[in-house]
Design a protein around this ligand. Structure first.
Ligand code: HEM
Length: 265
């Protein structure tokens, strides 16, 4: 079953798209991810990073996640990474340092073409450097929201893309993209995946840090056939995305494959 289908409604463009959710909707449960995440960490992959001084807020995250999952985190690991082993989500801790919101600790085991090492320490502006128009259109609103959001309000946003991989840990685009040419158009429904990021934001009451969570959901395009409305909404979004959105996500690479899938659906 497809849980999130953010392509269902226009605009087919970058958007802030935040909506409040209840505490009971915060982490969406699902697969136990601890073994996969630990194997990446122990294997030396760049899945965790922390700045000095972030432990107090990391501890606050650990307590919140323990409460939400009803499980105890491993006390021998850094608290944010230990908390991330209890849930399927990636955990990004943002703190205000010298007047700017920065990523001060991060556990990122399902990153889509970026890693904890790439992003640790960056400001909201620099994290979004590659996103067309982010600074002009969104930065001020997002910074104000991080300043003002109350600890009892949890917000959710979602985005989507199409990729020829359903792996969760995708640190780099190159190895994925070089496999596109080998896909037979008649297999596109099973070789391509719609990849949804479901993100949440919540302010931590003690330290005033912001916790940003990222959960990846992915489905083969063929799963869209289960619901004709969802399939036609996807076709409308696919054909309606703005040029900036299409270029940023590299969607043109899949153009003929997705059209072949839609033509036989
Ligand atoms: C309300 C808060 C935020 C908003 C509205 C937002 C918005 C966006 C948008 C519009 C994109 C382009 C892809 C998409 O459509 O989602 C994006 C990408 C991204 N965001 Fe955010 N974002 C927020 C918070 C954060 C935070 C806290 C982090 C910290 C890790 C972050 C890290 C990134 C990264 C790494 C990318 C990919 C940039 C790249 O292509 O290299 N975002 N964000």
């Amino acid at each position: 079953m497809i849980r999130h289908s953010p392509w269902d409604t226009p605009p087919y463009d970058f958007a802030i798209g935040l909506r409040p959710i209840g505490e009971d909707e915060w982490l969406e449960g699902g697969d136990a991810e601890a073994a996969r995440k630990l194997a990446l960490y122990d294997g030396g992959e760049p899945v965790f990073g922390e700045l000095e001084g972030s432990r107090e807020a990391q501890e606050e995250v650990r307590v919140l996640v323990e409460k939400a999952t009803g499980q105890a985190a491993d006390p021998t690991l850094p608290p944010l990474f230990a908390a991330s082993l209890l849930c399927a989500d990636d955990l990004c801790l943002m703190e205000k340092v010298d007047g700017e919101w920065r990523l001060t600790a991060v556990s990122l085991c399902s990153g889509t073409f970026f890693t904890a090492a790439d992003s640790l320490g960056l400001s909201l502006k620099d994290l979004h450097g590659p996103v067309p128009g982010f600074e002009e259109r969104f930065l001020t609103v997002v910074e104000r929201m991080f300043n003002a959001v109350r600890p009892d309000v949890i917000m959710q946003r979602r985005n989507w893309t199409v990729l020829n991989s359903d792996e969760l840990y995708l640190p780099r685009s190159g190895p994925v993209r070089e496999r596109i040419a080998a896909i037979d158009p008649k297999d596109a429904g099973d070789a391509l995946f719609v990849r949804v990021e479901r993100q949440t934001i919540r302010k931590l009451p003690e330290t005033g840090a912001v916790l940003f969570t990222i959960r990846i959901w992915r489905h083969p395009l063929s799963a869209l056939r289960d619901d004709p409305h969802r399939l036609s909404a996807f076709a409308a979004a696919w054909r309606g995305v703005t040029p900036d959105f299409q270029a940023y996500k590299g969607l043109a690479r899949y153009g003929s494959l997705v059209e072949a899938f839609l033509a036989c659906s």
